[in-house]
Ligand binder design. Structure first.
Ligand code: ADP
Length: 541
């Protein structure tokens, strides 16, 4: 017997429609890549998204067609999220920090029909256009005054021209909630980029999931600034969760440097932000240098890579900002776990609370997880046993877009994350490593993440990476790579001594090399495949 409730399909357009109706005057503020601050309301954003929808329909964009974006966090990108998906087409956000060959691969693989880009990326798209034959029209996300005088790009036009030709009287259509709504390729840290095709249903459920108080938590009282780019797993869902909650949304545009972020946070009264550790490490440095304080910022979510406990402590102690550590991946929309204390942990001593919060957190409703050993058997939740992390749920990938091996990815109903983790009795998951980054020494596993977190707690260390290098006796041994803070010195002996007594003897790195910089992926993660190549011939004494 079926229930007797309304079968209203979940669609992302209902989120913007809700915000326009019930939070009509709440603002979206964004820094325009072409200069200046833009400020308008959810009601206006909805109207303009509808104008965009009509323009797309006139251009012949049909259900399921892919519409690409190469854009920063701005109000126009926000309109694309809703205007494209609202008509049943697919908003394909592309990470402009990828190598040009990867961009060409992704655009051709997705067969994007239109491509919307920010002025910043004009030189880039001029190079891409000749090798991306499926793109019929390139649209500059600015007014016509910014169009180049001459261009070979097919159908080049300005976004504002496109919108101004449309009226505002349009109703969002209804369709099956399993219709695809957006597409995001994994950054290819460990492999070729693979497309994750989100549905309206998965996106709306994920937006509700991240809004829960124990996950990211979003309220109409919040002023939310996603620093995580809208091309990095839909800015972790915040462009949906903010209008869903009726929170003011602040979009930092191309200004991802600490000074620009700080200025916007202070001017707009940002209460809540989110981004990868690199952003917060840089911001902490900036705040310390000028002895600055936040007027309104109270919390931030850090994920994408492991958040060093030293960073969490500095934010609370020095800036009164709490960090929620979260874990996820492109394949999980992205939120999987978030680290918020449970009632039985509130009375723990401060140091124990800090180590609970340093973990990647507990499962958010909507994502089930388990850890399994090499034999596929589930491992206990004792905080000690570690194994491959598997997840499942309505916003977890079932199959990659245009996969050459359909049906294989989640044949047993679980998605293998490629991460190795522990789960403790309170359900807190902790990532030990990516399975490809784990160091295997004498048959035992060493967590590179734990060693990196320890290294960055040293005052002279700006950034650190630990990789396994070949060892005749142990098969692999940890090598520590360190970027020193400008003007601060630390010797190799001092650095290695820093680990003594803090980790098991056999975990202590065998050697340290000081480097000027470490390589990163397009989403700001350490590029360990590159480091392993660079130090392939390295031999530890
Ligand atoms: P890609 O897989 O292309 O690098 P993703 O953004 O999907 O891009 O990366 C997901 C991976 O990032 C996870 O599988 C995990 O290894 C890592 N990751 C994400 N959040 C955390 C975190 N809080 N701590 C440690 N690793 C994390």
């Amino acid at each position: 017997m079926l229930g007797l409730m309304m079968a209203e399909p979940l669609r992302v357009a209902t989120i913007i429609e809700h915000a326009a109706k019930w939070h009509a005057t709440t603002e979206i503020v964004s820094r325009r890549p072409e200069g200046g601050i833009h400020r308008y309301t959810y009601a206006e954003a909805n109207r303009r998204s509808k104008q965009l929808a009509q323009a797309l329909l006139k251009l012949g964009v049909a259900n399921g067609d892919r519409v690409g974006t190469l854009a920063w966090n701005t109000h126009r990108h926000f309109e694309l999220y809703f205007g494209v998906a609202g008509i049943g087409a697919v908003c394909h956000t592309i990470n402009p920090r990828l190598f040009p060959e990867q961009l060409v691969y992704i655009i051709n693989h997705a067969e994007d029909r239109l491509l919307f880009f920010d002025l910043t990326f004009l030189p880039l798209v001029e190079r891409l256009a000749p090798v991306c034959p499926t793109v019929e029209k390139w649209v500059l996300l600015a007014g016509p005054e910014h169009l180049p005088a001459r261009s070979e790009m097919p159908g080049l036009c300005s976004y504002e021209d496109l919108l101004s030709a449309e009226t505002t009287g349009y109703e969002w259509p209804s369709f099956d909630e399993n219709t695809a709504c957006s597409l995001c390729y994994t950054s290819g840290t460990t492999d070729q980029p693979k497309g994750v095709l989100y549905s309206h249903r998965s996106t709306v459920l994920h937006a509700l999931g991240i809004s829960l108080p124990d996950s990211l938590g979003c309220s109409a009282l919040d002023v939310i600034m996603p620093v995580v780019p809208m091309f990095h797993v839909n800015a972790w869902g915040l462009p949906y969760a903010a209008p869903l909650a009726g929170a003011k949304l602040v979009l930092p545009g191309a200004g991802m440097d600490s000074a620009s972020l700080y200025e916007l946070m202070e001017n707009e009264g940002v209460t809540f932000s989110a981004g990868v550790p690199t952003i917060w490490l840089a911001l902490l440095q900036f705040m310390r240098e000028g002895q600055r304080r936040f007027r309104t910022l109270r919390r931030t979510v850090v994920g994408g890579s492991s958040c060093p406990p030293a960073l969490m402590k500095a934010f609370v102690d020095e800036l009164s900002v709490t960090i929620t550590h979260a874990w996820g991946m492109t394949e999980t929309s992205p939120l999987g776990t978030a680290g918020r204390l449970k009632a039985n942990q509130l009375e723990l001593p401060a140091s124990e609370k800090a180590s609970v919060l340093a973990k990647q957190g507990r499962a958010v409703f909507g994502v089930d997880m388990k850890i399994v050993g090499d034999d596929g058997q589930e491992l206990p939740h004792d905080g000690e046993a570690f194994g491959d992390l598997l997840v499942r749920g309505p916003w977890v990938v079932r199959e990659y877009f245009r996969s050459p091996t359909p049906g294989e990815l989640t044949a047993d109903g679980w998605f293998r994350t490629g991460d190795v983790a522990t789960i403790d009795p309170d359900g807190f998951m902790q990532i030990t490593d990516r399975s490809k980054d784990v160091i295997k020494s004498g048959g035992e596993w060493i967590s590179s993440i734990d060693l990196e977190n320890l290294a960055v707690a040293h005052p002279a260390v700006a950034e650190a990476a630990v990789i396994g290098v070949p060892s005749a006796k142990w098969s692999e041994r940890p090598l520590l790579l360190v970027v020193r803070r400008p003007g601060l010195d630390v010797s190799a002996e001092e650095m290695l001594a820093f680990f003594r007594g803090k980790v098991a003897k056999f975990w202590e790195p065998d050697a340290v090399e000081f480097v000027d910089a470490l390589p990163h992926t397009a989403t700001g993660k350490l590029l360990k495949t590159q480091l392993r190549k660079d130090f392939a011939g390295y031999s530890v004494a």
